[in-house]
Design a protein around this ligand. Structure first.
Ligand code: BYC
Length: 325
């Protein structure tokens, strides 16, 4: 009898797996209430939450410049960009929650250092040109990474990415326009733009993840259509798109080995310092400690706001019950 049950369980599991695989093959979305393999669920929680954390931590290096933006127009645009990032974090946390993990757990993973967030946000923003470079390069890399995610297989993630990408496109232009203005300004301004490019170029290339042969998750994530392009494909696309933009600005990409290859139709580029990347990912970057402590402080200092919101919601619910009686 027991053997028969186990056989039935196995058959049932096999048919669930078959339905799941067939949906992926047909490019249909997997929705939160659909059956999914546990590993699919976990790897999505990992990637979506890392993405959400990156948006929220990503607000910090830029938020630092809101009060110092050089004009009202620049201030309004930067403020809007940073607000968008908060919004992206919220859609992504919500998408992640549909996989059965709570917002508190997700925050706890960030604050305890268990969850990763993008390496790029552990670099400091030293001058106003860094805000231009972040918009141009970091948001530029983000668009290249995230447009394919609009057709990722998990429905809530794919739908969140549509709006995120539209907003990232504004962010990229905001950054490029800052760079353009600096490059058309005084020599000192142009030098500032070049210095920002020198410091952000290599971290922006690293941001797209380790090379495909070092990437732990790419192979499986491509099979599940969570990732639609590999890290190396995204990096090459980013370089091919960005180098001509640097040329228009009259800036020099800080890579002596960078050269257009007429045979492949792509730019060949120099060696990336992967040791630096892993050091930053492991928590030893310039700003890792500062970023986590800023997020923890925001959480602790926001406790009274959360308590007040809950108390207000309880009061409203009581009122509704009384009115209904
Ligand atoms: N930083 O197997 P791999 C934004 C980790 S937000 C830190 O290739 P995967 C923006 C990786 O997690 C930008 N860690 O991983 C916001 C894994 O470790 P675990 C964020 C990294 O997931 C505000 C290990 O290395 N974008 O644009 O297949 C203002 C092996 O890697 C990084 C997203 O999150 C990194 N850079 O591929 C402005 C997009 N790269 O987890 C802009 C969604 C890798 O096994 N995410 N690691 O401990 C993705 O597309 C993929 O997760 C990645 C990495 C391409 C980033």
């Amino acid at each position: 009898m027991k053997n028969q049950d186990t056989m039935q369980d196995k058959e049932q599991m096999k048919s669930l797996e078959d339905i799941f695989e067939a949906k992926i093959a047909r490019d249909e979305k997997i929705e939160p209430k659909d059956w999914m393999p546990e590993k699919y669920r976990k790897t999505h929680i990992r990637q979506i939450s890392q993405h959400a954390h990156s948006e929220i931590v990503g607000m910090l290096p830029e938020g630092n410049w809101i009060s110092r933006a050089p004009s009202l127009r620049r201030k309004v645009a930067l403020l809007a960009k940073v607000q968008d990032e908060a919004g992206h974090g919220l859609y992504l946390y919500s998408a992640c929650e549909t996989l059965g993990i709570s917002r508190e757990e997700l925050y706890d993973q960030l604050h305890s250092g268990k969850a990763k967030y993008s390496s790029i946000f552990n670099y400091p923003t030293l001058t106003w040109a860094d805000i231009g470079a972040i918009g141009w390069l970091v948001d530029g890399a983000a668009i290249i990474n995230q447009v394919p995610l609009c057709s990722t297989s998990f429905g809530p993630y794919a739908r969140a990415m549509v709006r995120v990408c539209k907003e990232e496109s504004f962010h990229q232009r905001q950054g490029y326009e800052i760079m353009m203005t600096l490059c058309n300004g005084t020599q000192e301004q142009k030098d500032m733009a070049q210095d920002a490019l020198d410091r952000w170029w290599w971290p922006a290339l690293m941001m797209l993840g380790p090379t495909d042969d070092e990437s732990t998750h790419t192979e499986q994530s491509m099979k599940w259509k969570l990732k639609r392009k590999t890290n190396d494909e995204l990096r090459q696309q980013f370089i091919d798109q960005t180098v001509p933009q640097a040329d228009i600005l009259g800036l020099k990409v800080p890579d002596e080995d960078l050269q257009y290859n007429t045979e492949t139709g792509h730019y060949d580029f120099g060696e990336i310092d992967w040791e630096e990347f892993w050091q930053v990912v492991k928590g030893h970057g310039m700003c890792n400690k500062e970023r986590i402590s800023a997020r923890k402080n925001a959480w602790d200092e926001g406790e009274w706001v959360r308590d007040a919101a809950l108390a207000y919601a309880d009061k409203q619910a009581d009122k509704e019950v009384k009115e209904a009686v």
